[in-house]
Ligand binder design. Structure first.
Ligand code: URP
Ligand code: ZN
Ligand code: ZN
Ligand code: ZN
Length: 475
């Protein structure tokens, strides 16, 4: 009988703190030994010349989520997790959306049914609070947090989703009581409505106006307000998808006041600008997301935030819609205005190759920082650590083996999501995760799918109270 099920031999292992040469011994889905010259396994993977990293955790992913105006998100759990897998991920955290006036449990039951048996990698859910009723705040959320649903997203924008400051305060307060973590989408909806009215009256209705009606001030103000609300309640907070330096300054200043804040940014804010929304024939719709991509200077500011630690999380905010539906479903009012374009772009498969190529290969960040931004910090922030997000004895054997010499040009035809375009089409990257292991099972072997749908499982999260650090967000 072999000592191990699998050995990963001779690779350069990186965690969020160290880089070293070693073999990994894997048994029953976990890492059980890290050492030299390991032998005795049913299967040995030769990883020499490769990087052996924790599987990516993308903690900001939308799949199979209803999205207003009858528009359907392109990815199911099946296609979304397959795409994530090929991008070097072993866990994604999608959002379960509460239907207004309905219990969240109802949405969760339906969401679990969609995921069950259909996932290529592990999943853990965030809850979107759209209706902060007394029953939700008083009973449901505390019970759900204890059951492993320990992160809530609240929106300050989108007519149908936004919460009032009063409701955000209530949600933050229940997070303080239960050890859940609140993620906030920071944009001032009233200001956006005002600017949309102005643009439509002036006949400015093309996709580009999406960016003009959501300027930096809209995001900066809401970021400041969200941070102040968290400060008042005295609870940690996550500011998601930060797009520019002024919002980053708010995060840094709040941190200096003692607010426990985690900042997240995404590939779109490093690689795209508002000019991309200017495409001919409504093609700018392919780049409509909120907050919108800004300009070259903001890209540099976001890189600085990645390098200096303003940002702890690098997520895709994968939110895929098909472009080909644009003439019909995506804009049922006949392309009359940008405001009917669904917000969100695909990117779960390209997130890590972009960060690796632009960040590690270009010398902006080192390998441990890459691992922290790709996996470790996500697991720590959302209560999956140390089972997930690191390479350590006892941790799940969720591993991505990266070939740093593999050069590719991003083409949507090579990706695995169910959208019909990539916003990163034509971008050349160096480094790709060629072999991916989930819980000790090889899922992608040298670029080929060998694992099965259903290999991924639901993973409950631990609220802060039950972790070793209570009421802190140490990363
Ligand atoms: O435009 C975006 N970001 N769509 C996804 C939903 C969200 O706000 O995160
Ligand atoms: Zn958002
Ligand atoms: Zn304008
Ligand atoms: Zn999102």
């Amino acid at each position: 009988m072999s000592e191990f099920d699998l050995i990963v031999r001779g690779g350069t292992i990186a965690t969020a703190s160290d880089v070293f040469l070693a073999d990994l011994g894997i048994l029953d889905g976990r890492i059980v030994q890290i050492g030299e010259n390991l032998t005795g396994a049913g299967r040995i993977i030769d990883a020499s010349g490769k990087y052996v990293l924790p599987g990516g955790i993308d903690s900001h992913v939308h799949v199979a989520q209803p999205s207003g105006e009858g528009i359907v998100m392109a990815d199911s759990f099946e296609s979304g997790t397959l795409s994530a897998l090929f991008g070097g991920n072993t866990t994604v955290m999608p959002f379960c959306l509460q239907e207004k006036g309905r219990p969240l449990r109802e949405a969760l039951t339906a969401y679990h049914a969609l995921a069950q048996g259909n996932c290529y990698i592990d999943v853990s859910f965030h809850l979107i609070v759209s209706d902060a009723s007394d029953a939700l705040i008083g009973q449901e959320l505390p019970a759900l947090a204890a059951d492993g649903y320990a992160s809530f997203k609240v929106f300050m924008t989108y007519e149908d989703l936004r919460l009032s400051d009063a409701d955000i305060l209530k949600t933050l307060d229940v997070a303080r009581e239960t050890g859940a973590t609140v993620m906030v989408h920071c944009e001032n909806e009233d200001a956006i409505r005002f600017l949309i009215g102005r643009h439509e009256r002036a006949g400015e209705v093309s996709p580009r106006a999406h960016a003009s009606t959501r300027p930096v001030a809209v995001e900066r103000e809401a970021t400041h307000r969200a941070l102040s609300l968290a400060e008042i309640v005295d609870v940690p907070i996550v500011i998601v998808h930060v797009s520019n330096g002024e919002a980053m300054e708010e995060i840094a200043r709040a941190r200096a006041r003692g607010v426990k804040v985690i900042g997240e940014t995404c590939p779109q804010y490093l690689m795209l600008t508002a000019d991309d929304l200017d495409g001919m024939d409504w093609e700018g719709a392919k780049f409509v997301c909120s907050p919108p991509p800004r300009d070259k200077a903001a890209q540099e500011e976001c890189w600085r935030g990645i390098e200096t630690g303003v940002f702890d999380l690098f997520s895709s905010d994968h939110c895929p819609f098909r472009y080909a539906d644009e003439q019909g479903k995506r804009n049922p009012r006949g392309l009359k205005s940008f405001r009917h374009i669904p917000n969100g772009i695909p990117g779960v498969e390209t997130r890590l190759p972009i960060l690796f190529s632009e960040g590690v290969m270009k010398g902006r960040i080192d390998l441990p920082r890459f691992v922290a931004l790709a996996a470790t910090n996500h697991a720590k922030t959302y209560g999956l650590y140390p089972q997930k997000g690191t390479i350590a004895i006892g941790s799940d054997a969720d591993i991505a083996i990266w070939d740093p010499s593999e050069s590719r040009t991003i083409r949507h035809v090579d990706l695995h999501d169910a959208a019909d375009y990539s916003p990163y089409e034509g971008i050349a990257v160096t480094g790709w995760p060629t072999t991916v292991i989930l819980g000790g099972r090889i899922m992608v072997d040298e670029g080929k799918l060998v694992g099965e749908k259903g290999a991924g499982a639901y993973r409950p999260a631990k609220p802060r109270q039950s972790r070793h650090n209570t009421n802190t967000m140490e990363i």
